[in-house]
Ligand binder design. Structure first.
Ligand code: BV8
Length: 236
């Protein structure tokens, strides 16, 4: 099937794999983030309540590490698609890094939040944030020292789910890039897209848990597959 046939609306979902070649650890690769820390300890509200210093330090380290990495050609290709594609494009990322933005994408939906955002547990304000949180800085709005990473943990509701489902319901093409398909509700988006009649394309280094749901899976590094796919869409 020609996944790039007549295209008016594209929804893209990215995961840790699109940032892997920039040097950011994925979650489930050998030596990845979840090998160094149990998910339950660092990516759940219960883990945060149990040991806030461990969790704040885990995210402080990841936020600081952003200064040492740069976007790769896959991020830059999606920014080119945003600039040059004449139809509707929604870029949804599960990633909490800022590489899509630094690669030139202006409209990015971070469904799992962002390292460079702080959420106040007292007044629920979300604030752009670059500094550590381990030293309990006061919330810029209510001044209470109750900031947490503005990141969606397991058991918490991802952001803008209604907007995402509306876009999936009406898209011609759903493209998944660099994700294992291990975490819901993101892992279920491809089923929603198929139900809505969209063509579904997967660009990934390996087969994922959702590969059987895609019309086409292309295996390889994102820095090669994504620029080639974008050139095909824009040239087509
Ligand atoms: C929720 C932020 C509902 C934190 C993350 C069924 C339905 C709904 C929910 C559930 C369900 N079953 C279970 C649940 C609960 C749970 C869940 O899914 N659990 C799993 C373990 C089964 N889901 C949740 O809790 C979610 N919330 O459902 O709320 C609700 C309802 C009512 C009331 C309240 C709530 C919230 C989940 C969000 C968790 N937060 N991240 C942080 O970053 O620290 S999850 C994290 O892992 C990522 O954000 C991502 O979403 C997920 C998967 O990671 P990937 O990005 O895919 O990375 P991974 O390492 O796994 O894979 C990398 C891939 O890249 C690989 O395939 C690899 O081959 C590829 N790759 C590597 N290199 C390259 C490459 N590809 C291309 N090029 C390369 N170079």
């Amino acid at each position: 099937m020609d996944v790039n046939a007549k295209l008016d609306r594209i929804v893209i979902l990215t995961g840790a794999g699109i940032s892997a070649e920039s040097g950011i650890d994925t979650f489930r690769a050998a030596g990845g983030l979840w090998e160094q820390h149990r998910v339950e300890d660092v990516a759940t509200p219960e883990g945060f309540a149990r040991d806030p210093d461990l969790v704040l330090n885990f995210y402080d380290m990841r936020r600081a590490a952003l200064a040492n990495v740069v976007p790769n050609p896959a991020h830059e290709a999606l920014a080119r698609l945003e600039r040059e594609f004449s139809g509707d494009l929604l870029l949804v990322t599960q990633n909490v890094d800022d590489l899509h933005e630094r690669g030139g994408s202006a409209r990015v939906l971070h469904m799992h939040g962002e390292l460079k955002s702080a959420l106040c547990a007292s007044c629920e304000t979300r604030t752009r944030w670059e500094a550590p949180m381990l030293d309990r800085p006061p919330c810029p709005v209510c001044r209470v020292p109750s900031l947490r990473p503005d990141v969606v943990w397991f058991g918490e509701m991802p952001y803008e789910m209604d907007r995402i489902y509306r876009a999936i319901e009406s898209c011609d093409l759903f493209v998944s890039i660099g994700t294992s398909g291990a975490v819901y509700p993101a892992a279920g988006f491809v089923q929603e897209a198929r139900r809505a009649g969209a063509r579904c394309l997967e660009l990934n280094l390996d087969y994922s848990e959702g590969s059987r749901c895609f019309h086409e899976t292309r295996l390889g590094p994102a820095s090669e597959l994504v620029p080639r796919w974008v050139a095909d869409v824009l040239g087509g």
